[in-house]
Design a binder for this molecule. Structure first.
Ligand SMILES: [Zn+2]
Length: 239
């Protein structure tokens, strides 16, 4: 083995130790769609214990370099996601959109309840607690250029993977589904097996609920296409 091969093999081993999915996982299907009572920990957020431990280690390392990671969203239940969906649906309808257009607008950034990665206790939305918060914090331009969270993005792009955290909704223009979200990170060792289990579920039976606004216009065809474009339209390293 030459020196370069040695380095690459070494890196692969380091990488594996972070991303090796937990193959022994078998999650209750209800938990995968945001129902039931998951075991979660955290002070101002709620995550699976292992994801929380990795997040705390990552936070401590970031802090040393002047980046104060602050979680603004973590676990979200089916009911919470439904209230977000319904609120957005009514807002877009009040702006004169058709049901179909309102749904299309919602799924630029927000998920159909039962399909959110935030249901799993593995995913977080983060900002930098340093700069003063103004209005909407989760805007891509705030994570670039002169934006308040540019240094957080730069730090995360280099170091997050060392702690098992990856960006699902990358800037890759060939990616389908949700728009670029530089604030959303996923704890890969847990979320990879959860996604693999999730896509084998009978989503239609599990997901649709009677009081979902615009739900009557959503059929199996919509769901199948949405799962393919949105749920699977992520960073390939998380598939
Ligand atoms: Zn998110």
């Amino acid at each position: 083995m030459n020196r370069l091969e040695f380095i690459h093999t070494g890196l692969a081993i380091v990488g594996l130790s972070h991303f090796e999915p937990d193959k022994s996982m078998n999650t209750d299907p209800q938990l995968l769609i945001g129902k039931g009572s998951p075991k979660l920990v955290g002070k101002n957020y709620a995550l699976l214990a292992e994801a929380d431990k990795a997040f705390q280690e990552m936070s401590a390392a970031a802090q040393k370099q002047g980046v104060a990671l602050k979680v603004v969203s973590s676990y979200r239940s089916f009911e919470k996601q439904k209230s977000i969906w319904n609120r957005k649906f009514l807002r877009f309808k009040s702006q004169g959109m058709s049901d179909r257009a309102a749904v299309a607008k919602i799924i630029e950034y927000s998920t159909l309840p039962g399909t959110s990665r935030h249901h799993w206790g593995t995913d977080i939305d983060i900002i930098d607690a340093g700069p003063a918060e103004e209005d909407d914090v989760l805007l891509a331009q705030k994570f670039h250029g002169n934006g308040p969270y540019n240094s957080l993005r730069e730090w995360m792009e280099i170091y997050a993977q060392d702690y098992g955290f990856l960006l699902p909704y990358t800037k890759d223009e060939n990616r389908s589904g949700f728009k670029y979200e530089p604030w959303h990170y996923s704890y890969a060792p847990k979320s990879i097996p959860m996604l693999r289990q999730y896509i084998k579920l009978d989503q239609e039976g599990l997901i649709f609920s009677t009081d979902l606004k615009g739900g009557s216009g959503l059929d199996q065809e919509f769901l199948t296409s949405y799962i393919k474009s949105h749920v699977m339209g992520i960073n390939p390293s998380l598939l």
